[in-house]
Design a protein around this ligand. Structure first.
Ligand SMILES: [Zn+2]
Length: 219
């Protein structure tokens, strides 16, 4: 298994061409706020896309689909409404692309505890194209029950850290969990762990206790 703390090249490419469902593009944009390496890579991909378009145009071979796709790279960036003032914790924890959707202090969001030590907020404003985004706050030191994902899950760490089969992840890192991978993260001891989790499928707990809790919590 490839260990990485960044979105895959494929995800970055789809991000640049505007082909990602909104929850995934918000997560990638939030990662870019932390990661110079991926900012450089997205700029390179944008340049490659622009260069490809020019080459095809010179040869008179620009196809309408590709043309439309590449034209999107030149679209003006929409002007976002200014971010509302927030408390210090929220401003520190959430990068700007995420705060554009979460326009309230973290403490005033509708948290609910799905398992002991794990609370989530469903980010309905980011939900789109069958994919969903949630904030997940997990108590420091917690071992999350073993579970399996029906779809792809991307997790961006916003505070604290965790260790899973895929490696160790700290603030700004992205963990990619492919479908059908059995997954059992353990949280770092030093700080509670806040993550942005984006999924395009359900999460199933595989252990007996996990399944019972899942039924009770509707997770
Ligand atoms: Zn990166």
């Amino acid at each position: 298994m490839i260990m990485s703390t960044h979105p895959t090249d494929d995800l970055l490419l789809h991000y640049v061409t505007g082909g990602l469902p909104r929850p995934f593009s918000v997560l990638v944009a939030s990662h870019l706020a932390f990661c110079a390496r991926c900012r450089v890579e997205t700029e390179r991909l944008e340049a490659v896309g622009g260069g490809l378009f020019v080459a095809l145009e010179v040869r008179g071979e620009a196809e309408s689909g590709l043309e439309a796709l590449l034209a999107r790279l030149d679209e003006p960036v929409p002007i976002e409404p200014p971010l509302p003032p927030s408390d210090a914790e929220t401003s520190v924890r959430l990068p700007a692309p995420l705060r554009a959707f979460i326009r309230k202090p973290l403490k005033s969001l509708s948290w609910h505890e799905v398992l002991r030590g794990i609370s989530i907020v469903d980010l309905a404003s980011i939900k789109a194209d069958g994919a969903r985004a949630r904030l997940v706050l997990t108590r420091r030191g917690l071992k999350v029950p073993r579970h399996i994902h029906d779809g792809t899950e991307l997790t961006l760490v916003l505070s604290g850290g965790l260790t899973a089969e895929q490696g160790h992840f700290r603030r700004g890192d992205v963990m990619v969990v492919e479908p059908s991978v059995v997954h059992r993260p353990v949280m770092d001891d030093d700080e509670d762990c806040l993550c942005l989790a984006v999924t395009d499928g359900a999460v199933r707990f595989t252990g007996l206790i996990g399944r019972a809790r899942q039924l009770l919590a509707g997770y």
